[in-house]
Design a protein around this ligand. Structure first.
Ligand code: PLP
Length: 455
């Protein structure tokens, strides 16, 4: 059976072992059935069964959710310079830990530490797998077996099971909570300091905002107290941008440089959030502390590979010229994109969408508010425009239409709100590829199923 000519194309694509496996399943399923010996029917059956394997499960999509840094959709899109650097590093041997001048051993961190120091004003820097790893290693290196003081207003959980109390426990530290959810004062920290205290930690509240009757202690207030007691202050900045977002009319998000200038001893932040680079956890701060972190055994377990280091270095290099960031760093370009430009794009695409969907759907341009995502500035705030689709009446099959968009060759991910399917265009870069998919064939899977009971 494996030699049936009808199976040759499939064998060419996925290889013989998988086809043989599918044929066994076919033989089991069709034992005694009349089509068991029909090569064409068998080929079609195997094709369906193996179809999914011929294509990667990690697929390119259009993120039109309105969340620029969407964790489930892979966060930052990398600058071209970073992509090129990563490809070169993948293809060839590279000076990952090799010093060409001395023809001897070099350090991985040498590729990125000078840039991080230059861009944040820190004395030293290092990098690990992600920011969760950065928090884990800084706590483990500076405070294992001892106490770390954190405000109750900052004991956050962010998506994907990252909880400050759990990370503390894994790092072998004892968490000492101070203050209350909405108010923590400097005197609360002062009262909690004892002989077992190893550090004070601040955490960016990330994906939630405490509003109303609130007080928190700034880094600038906390640092003198900690200095006085000989304790380091650690800050998990979360997104941690390297530039002031106000430059592009966005609200202020704390920068790594501000934290360093306020006297924080070790600052941690992500590489693939506002920075717009590859996944990484960056640590910047005082030389003595960074050296202790770099020598911790976890550093080896959490280290970056050459591909991400190459991409990270190339991304950091772009920050040397802030004026070109909008043109070169996709994350910043998308955040800075003027609403008027998005609206003009929506006007170009609306007729194409309306034509593809036909008479059964109501299409329009709708003003919407998107968000940065990944914990930065959690309150909806990016004024944008979306293509909107409404069905006719309740139970109009909007869920099924959303699914049809997800089945396109390049799946399109939007969001449904108030019985409306929205495609926020802030993050639409490749307009031609998007428009090219909008054909009447889009709704084919919906035809003949009756739109009535879909949702
Ligand atoms: C996002 C975030 C993290 C986790 O960072 P990853 O790079 O996803 O590991 C940790 N702390 C804060 C405050 C965050 O916003």
């Amino acid at each position: 059976m494996a030699n049936w000519p009808a199976l040759a194309p499939l064998t060419g694509r996925v290889g013989r072992p998988l086809v043989v496996e599918a044929l066994r399943a076919w033989a089991d399923a069709k034992r005694g059935a009349p089509e068991a010996a029909d090569p064409e029917a068998c080929a079609r059956w195997c094709e369906t069964r193996l179809g999914g394997l011929a294509r990667s499960t990690l697929r390119r999509v259009f993120n039109l959710t309105g969340t620029v840094l969407h964790t489930n959709l892979g966060r930052a899109l990398l600058p071209e310079e970073a992509i090129e650097a990563a490809v070169t590093a993948m293809r060839s041997p590279a000076t990952l830990e090799y010093d060409l001048a001395g023809a001897g051993r070099g350090e991985r961190d040498d590729h990125i530490a000078p840039w991080l120091c230059r861009l944040t004003g820190a004395e030293a820097a290092t990098a690990v797998n992600n920011n969760a790893g950065a928090v884990l290693i800084v706590l483990s290196a500076l405070a294992a077996g001892r106490e770390v003081i954190v405000s109750r207003g900052e004991l956050i959980e962010i998506g994907g099971a990252f909880r400050i109390p759990d990370i503390m426990a894994r790092a072998g530290c004892r968490l000492v909570e101070v203050g209350t959810t909405n108010r923590t004062h400097l005197r609360d920290y002062a009262a909690a300091i004892g002989p077992e205290t190893a550090a004070i930690m601040k955490v960016h509240p990330s994906n939630y905002a405490v509003q109303g009757f609130t007080t928190s202690v700034t880094a600038a207030e906390l640092v003198p107290l900690a200095r006085d007691k000989g304790l380091p202050v650690i800050e998990d900045l979360g997104s941690g941008t390297l530039v002031d977002l106000e430059t592009w009319g966005l609200p202020h998000e704390p920068t790594a440089r501000e934290a360093i200038e306020a006297g924080i001893d070790v600052v941690t932040f992500s590489g693939d959030k506002l920075l717009g680079g590859p996944q990484a956890g960056l640590l910047v701060g005082k030389k003595g502390f960074i050296e202790r972190i770099a020598k911790n055994p976890l550093k080896r377990a959490l280290r970056l590979d050459k591909v991400r280091l190459a991409a990270l270095e190339a991304t950091l290099r772009l920050y040397a010229d802030p004026e070109k960031l909008v043109a070169r760093v996709p994350t910043i370009r998308m955040l800075a994109r003027p609403a008027t430009e998005i609206r003009a794009q929506a006007e170009r695409l609306l007729p194409v969408l309306a034509e593809a969907l036909g008479a059964g759907w109501q299409t329009a341009i709708e003003p919407v508010r998107g968000q940065i995502g990944s914990g930065a500035l959690p309150v909806d705030l990016l004024p944008s425009f979306a293509l909107s689709v409404k069905g006719q009446g309740k139970g109009s099959g909007l869920d099924r239409l959303a699914e049809a968009f997800r089945r396109l060759p390049i799946p399109v991910i939007g969001r449904i709100r108030d019985e409306t399917l929205l495609f926020d265009l802030r993050t639409l870069d490749d307009e031609a590829a998007f428009a090219g998919q909008l054909t009447p064939a889009l709704t084919l899977p919906l035809k003949g199923e009756g739109r009535g009971g879909g949702s």
